[in-house]
Design a protein around this ligand. Sequence first.
Ligand code: ADP
Ligand code: MG
Ligand code: MG
Length: 247
Amino acid sequence: MTAISVRDLHVTLGKSPILRGVDLSVASGEWVAVIGPNGAGKSTLLRAIGGLLPTSGAVSLLGTPVERLRRRARARTVATVAQSPVVPPGMSVFDYVLLGRTPFVSLLGRESAGDLAAVRALLDRLDLSGFGDRELETLSGGERQRAFLARALAQEPSLLLLDEPTSALDIGHQQEVLELVDTLRRDQGLTVLATMHDLSIAGGYADRLVLLAEGAVVAAGTPREVLTEELLSRFYRARVRVVDGVD
Ligand code: ADP
Ligand code: MG
Ligand code: MG
């Protein structure tokens, strides 16, 4: 089944065309990484797929056009972790993850015992069970990224959009977070679309790569197909040494 389908997507911000006819599809359970130089439009693409920008062209999530999903239905289908999520000052990790339950909580009511249990289970799952009372601001980079993921997973999404989930982390914590995402994908059948900065890491985790440049897809395929010196030198305008052993 196609989890994410994007056809001829155009986005204009201000007066500038940022995405210029993007086609993309992600199968259910797949992990696709969007790579490309700074300013290529990767973050804009994720926001458009999440239904957060006016676009022309078609974006469907699990077969439904994204603009037809009401806000709460959309939040139960697709969850986004931005590159630098807002960290509300003074908010506990528990309350922050509870924010992810908003699409399930009655507007007039309050969280249920089930919502509280869901948050506790997520803190456990993401190795944050000792952190519920801590202020989010006091967490280290890796711990914070796990809290951001927990907040997204609290929405019980089928699709997870991650914007450079590891750009603030050292290599050890990058791997820890990506292993976690991979395990969640396998255990829960999540579909993952992530923009990724580090090419060898992207190639090591994603099933397929999409190379975006100046708002258009210029290559897509397996890591081996996309991570070629020819393509990378052309679109990153740098001499790139391709790392062996990515599949
Ligand atoms: P990437 O994530 O690949 O680095 P972005 O999607 O963040 O790229 O940005 C793509 C281009 O769109 C950049 O040139 C950026 O300056 C521009 N852009 C982003 N947001 C806006 C905006 N609100 N108004 C005008 N231009 C924008
Ligand atoms: Mg970006
Ligand atoms: Mg769901």
